[in-house]
Design a binder for this molecule. Structure first.
Ligand SMILES: O=P(O)(O)OC[C@H]1O[C@H](OP(=O)(O)OP(=O)(O)O)[C@H](O)[C@@H]1O
Ligand SMILES: [Mg+2]
Length: 178
């Protein structure tokens, strides 16, 4: 299938405003403490880098990354979540924030929260920019949510189709080429 960009679903201004609000919310709960912020590569990179820059300077933020892949060059999850890169940090006894660009079927977030809980962090919270609730296959807990969106494949601000369009500063829907 050939895809083209369609409409802007969430523009830069709305993204920036909501990222600030989420950072404030996290700040109220973690001020004075240490927080390990874990980004899920590659999709969460843009969101994470904006989010941590908006966080209160009194939070001692450390960052780490995990890479998983389940979509490949498709708009449907393969259903199999594969770890491509694990953490460098020991999270035992730490406050951890897992940051994702999107929760769709929920398979990735569910897999990662289960895996990280086994490592015995002091707390584990999830922060997701986009939530597509209509597509959920497994229940997942989302502690901080940016936007709830309809069941459409979206790209931009870290999100890709077949590796493309992650660099766009806004969230776009796709259309199939005529
Ligand atoms: O809720 P789910 O149906 O599991 O979908 C969400 C996940 O899928 C995408 O990652 P992908 O595996 O495509 O890797 P990427 O971040 O490198 O694009 C996205 O970044 C989430 O991690
Ligand atoms: Mg992807």
């Amino acid at each position: 299938m050939n895809y083209r960009l369609s409409d802007v679903l969430i523009d830069e201004q709305r993204l920036r405003g909501r990222v600030r609000e989420i950072a404030d919310e996290i700040g109220r709960e973690h001020r004075g403490g240490e927080l390990i912020v874990i980004g899920v590569l590659k999709g969460a990179v843009l969101f994470l880098s904006d989010l941590i820059r908006e966080m209160d300077v009194d939070i001692c933020v450390k960052i780490d990354f995990m890479a998983v892949s389940s979509y490949g060059a498709s708009t449907k999850s393969s259903g199999v979540v594969r770890i491509v890169k694990d953490l460098d940090t020991d999270i035992k006894g730490k406050d951890v924030l897992l940051v994702e660009d999107i929760v769709d079927s929920g398979l990735t977030l569910s897999y990662l929260t289960r895996l990280l809980k086994e490592r015995d962090p002091r707390s584990l919270k999830t922060c997701v920019l986009l939530d597509k609730p209509d597509r959920r296959q497994v229940a997942v807990r989302v502690d901080y949510r940016g936007f709830s969106i309809p069941d459409e494949f979206v790209v931009g601000y870290g999100l890709d189709y077949a590796g493309l369009w992650r660099n766009l500063p806004a969230i776009y829907t796709l259309r199939t080429e005529a």
